[in-house]
Design a protein around this ligand. Structure first.
Ligand SMILES: NC(=O)c1ccc[n+]([C@@H]2O[C@H](COP(=O)([O-])OP(=O)(O)OC[C@H]3O[C@@H](n4cnc5c(N)ncnc54)[C@H](O)[C@@H]3O)[C@@H](O)[C@H]2O)c1
Length: 341
């Protein structure tokens, strides 16, 4: 198995999980996260490389998915590819759209071509995002219910389904590069018969995640609180997300690999039963740590969603999977790790 972005948050959890299950895993990463985000303290790759190094059945390689030839060689012996490598922040995509495009679109295309040419028909898992639905999500009417926003339309009481329109709206360059890659993955499944799944992920959180203001807000809030750093909340803090603990995400990947499905498109998150508003997270952090995080408020950011909840019923039905880690337990696990990180 090849895991791209294997030193990243999601990638490193995939590497560890599948190596523990007996797969020989080649993890590749170009260690660019900190540089791409332009922030210190976000260097997930170095931390995770150290964490994974020396473990059985894991090979760590410094390589870029933008290098087509290298990808072909690396994938030539693989039975499965988990493609997590990416430019991950909307903010960076706005300031450096070329790098965003090359990493997310060209990188994914190289992975797919490597799979097509290998002749082994490897299974492919692609980390897409809810941002593919772009501004269409923000056109849904919402109302305040106490301290959180909710959709007013009953049709979305379970969240946003895969059939939701991706057309006719702004996406940000990140949303567009991910959507283009997402469509290519679906296309390679239809046209070339690759067993390929697209997971349109919302908010994934967990241990070994160095979140920051631009990406990974749950970890960002907890790390900042523990380090006595100020947290800026953009908007009123009542915005709501569904959150999924990383081990549950990897369990969904595994369920797809073990399933007879030939391909798939899944909205993936904690679903309507595992949601959190920003202010609710601040409350929970205070309960866990005994300290009130130092927060301040600023203007809403462009494209911020008031509510995003994944409708995960298709994944539940087709993958025989469901989230197991409650929000309470997941936050506690993240806090335990963050306290020692
Ligand atoms: N974490 C989330 O909540 C979330 C939500 C939606 C989608 N996603 C997607 O899931 C994937 C993984 O996210 P994450 O949270 O683990 O991010 P991450 O930044 O921790 O991991 C991404 C890894 O990819 C590596 N990388 C970047 N460019 C590369 C290249 N050209 N070649 C090889 N490696 C490269 C980075 O160094 C990093 O280690 C990303 O594609 C992201 O867009 C994540």
């Amino acid at each position: 198995m090849v895991v791209t972005g294997g030193a990243g948050f999601v990638g490193s959890h995939a590497v560890e999980f599948f190596a523990d299950r007996g797969w020989n895993v080649v993890a590749i990463d170009n260690m660019s996260r900190g540089e791409m985000l332009g922030r210190s303290g976000t260097d997930t790759p170095k931390y995770n490389w150290n964490y994974l190094s020396g473990k059985n059945r894991i090979t760590l390689l410094n390589a870029s998915v933008t290098d087509a030839e290298r990808m072909e060689k690396l994938v030539s012996n693989a039975d499965a590819v988990i493609h997590t490598a990416g430019q991950v922040a909307v903010t960076t995509s706005l300031t450096d759209p070329r790098r965003d495009f090359e990493t997310n679109m060209l990188g994914t295309f190289n992975v797919l071509e490597a799979c097509r040419k290998s002749g082994r028909n490897p299974a492919v898992i692609f980390c897409s995002t809810n941002k593919v639905y772009g501004e269409n999500v923000n056109r849904l009417p919402v109302r305040l219910n106490g301290d959180r926003y909710e959709y007013t339309d009953k049709a979305f009481e379970h969240g946003i389904p895969e059939s939701f329109s991706v057309d006719g709206c702004e996406h940000t360059p990140y949303g567009a590069s991910k959507l283009a890659a997402d469509l290519y993955v679906q296309e390679y499944s239809h046209t070339y018969g690759l067993k390929a799944a697209v997971f349109r992920m919302s908010c994934i959180y967990g241990t070994r995640q160095f979140g920051n203001e631009d990406q990974g807000w749950v970890a960002h809030f907890i790390l900042s609180a523990l380090r006595n750093k100020k947290i800026t909340i953009y908007g009123d803090g009542k915005q709501v997300r569904d959150v999924l603990f990383v081990s549950d995400l990897i369990a969904a990947y595994n369920a797809f690999l073990e399933s007879p499905l030939k391909g798939g498109l899944f909205n993936m998150g904690g679903g309507s039963e595992n949601t959190l508003s920003l202010l609710e997270l601040v409350e929970r952090i205070e309960k866990m740590t005994g300290r009130r995080p130092d927060i301040s408020f600023d203007e809403w950011r462009n494209g911020d969603q008031k509510v995003y909840i994944s409708d995960i019923r298709k994944a539940i039905k087709q993958l025989g999977w469901k989230p197991k880690v409650s929000v309470e337990e997941g936050l506690q696990r993240l806090e335990n790790w963050a306290a020692g990180a």
